[in-house]
Design a binder for this molecule. Structure first.
Ligand SMILES: O=c1ccn([C@H]2C[C@H](O)[C@@H](COP(=O)(O)OP(=O)(O)OP(=O)(O)O)O2)c(=O)[nH]1
Ligand SMILES: [Mg+2]
Length: 166
């Protein structure tokens, strides 16, 4: 059974901008457009306006994610992926795009879809300070501690090489 959509107020800062919509019923993100044409040289970043402001209910946040098509085909991502839109934010949503292609510029026309907005429930945290945290299987492991790629070392390869060294 599909859930009821969350009602979110939207103000169109640019009256001609389309109200964001979902491409398919089950999509998580609705696309955001740029209201300004732009051209990014290789390595260049730019803050692009989306022409909309929203009022999220308390307990929710919206996250601005890159579009995979732009990432795969043009090397376009977002410097701060995902951008975090706070429930209390009433300003225009902007997207900080970056052109990661080493050679090709990328051009956006007005109303090109440049990112996608995912709305999620978020918890408000109340911190309780302790001297020691409870133990866990991961403990302080991070940054490749589970291996799985040559770049981060692989517990099987390291075990095998240890064995060879014996
Ligand atoms: O990609 C983004 C990220 C943020 N924002 C807006 C909405 C968000 O609520 C506000 C603040 O974002 P963030 O907390 O990431 O910015 P900050 O550098 O911490 O600024 P501030 O000190 O205003 O929180 O800026 C955007 O429009 N696009
Ligand atoms: Mg902030």
């Amino acid at each position: 059974m599909s859930r009821q959509p969350l009602d979110v107020l939207i103000r169109r800062v640019d009256p001609e901008v389309p109200v964001p919509s979902y491409g398919h019923p089950g999509d998580a993100g609705c696309d955001l457009v740029t209201t300004e044409a732009a051209e990014l040289a290789p390595g260049e970043r730019m803050v692009l306006p989306t022409g909309i402001s929203i009022a999220l209910p308390d307990g929710y946040a919206a996250f601005v994610h890159p579009r995979s098509g732009l990432a795969a085909r043009c090397g376009v991502s977002m410097v701060n992926a995902p951008g975090t839109i706070d429930a209390g934010y009433r300003g225009e949503i902007k997207v900080i795009v970056v052109n990661l292609d080493p050679r090709e510029s990328v051009r956006f026309e007005r109303f090109d879809r440049i990112a996608q907005l995912v709305v999620q429930q978020v918890e408000k945290v109340r911190f309780h300070e302790v001297a020691e945290l409870p133990g866990s299987a991961r403990a302080e492991g991070g940054f490749g501690s589970t291996g799985g790629h040559a770049a981060v070392g692989n517990e099987f390869a390291s075990v095998a090489s240890d064995r060879e060294g014996q």
